[in-house]
Design a protein around this ligand. Sequence first.
Ligand SMILES: [Zn+2]
Length: 335
Amino acid sequence: MLPKLKEGQSVFLEITNPAHGGSGWEFGSCLWSPVKDRGGSEAWKIMKEVQVGDIIIHLLKSDEGYVWAGVSMVVTPLIQTIDEPPRPERWTNMSPYQRINLGQFNNLISPPTIGSFFREYNSSLREILHENKEGMFYVEYPTGGDLRVSQKYFAKVPPVLYDLFDDFSESLNFIVQFRNENSQVPTVNEPPYPDYTSPGRIEVITSRIVRDTALVRGIKSNFNWKCQVCGKRILLENSKYYAEGHHLKPLGGEYNGPDVKENIIILCPYHHAEFDYGSIAINPVTKKIIHSDPNNNYNDKDLVYERTDINDEFIRFHYDKIFWGEKLIDKTLNQ
Ligand SMILES: [Zn+2]
């Protein structure tokens, strides 16, 4: 049994093979493709239609042909990344890639072959095929031949086809259940941090506070746990990563910055400290990095990735008050 589709919820099909992915890009945990094919066209632009909460049906190539491996749900919007997956196979050296994080992968214990699906729903599938020529299946030449899976990696599933998968799932006693999708935030095993306390200026200087909330974890995941200054992330065990969220306008205290994504950038611990101490900032006009040491490697460099969701007001605040303002105070204290 598959979940009933809600208003605005779409279903897509991933057609892939076990070679794709690898550590950090595991099957069922994300969708990924190059942005452009080698000819330069946006061959996988359909991935840009995917929205958080959409359902993904996974087909995986096996020795018996394609099997229905499971169903998952989209948990983050599409991310563009220069990261090459560990086993890109024929998609090697095709950076940039696009990635969509998935959650709640419900896998079939004994994945049925797609051939058995084709046999069970042969006539209905041919009707759907007639209506959806750009679909995920095709009829082998000559006309009237067998149904085959298209080699296209990713395709949209019309509701009528989803209903067939739903029917098929019942015959397999496969029950897909999603927990409340609104609260779905990918989690990583990160060390616990002390509770946040109101940061007066002295506290900011003497004990840096690193909060780790669901909001911050979600943003980290969206941006692959990569520091926006240097692109580095800390690898923990089991392909988990560590990064820190930084509030451009500090929370609470005299500044009373808000705890919203528009105010949070993702940094490595080193650059987080530099942001807290005002050694580094984002120039609100050029959006380039500015460092108090003009010879610093990152001074006047572009950020590693763009964050169009950051509010300019907070970039300006950090630049004016923390970078230019408090830096002088810090220097005095450090002597
Ligand atoms: Zn960094």
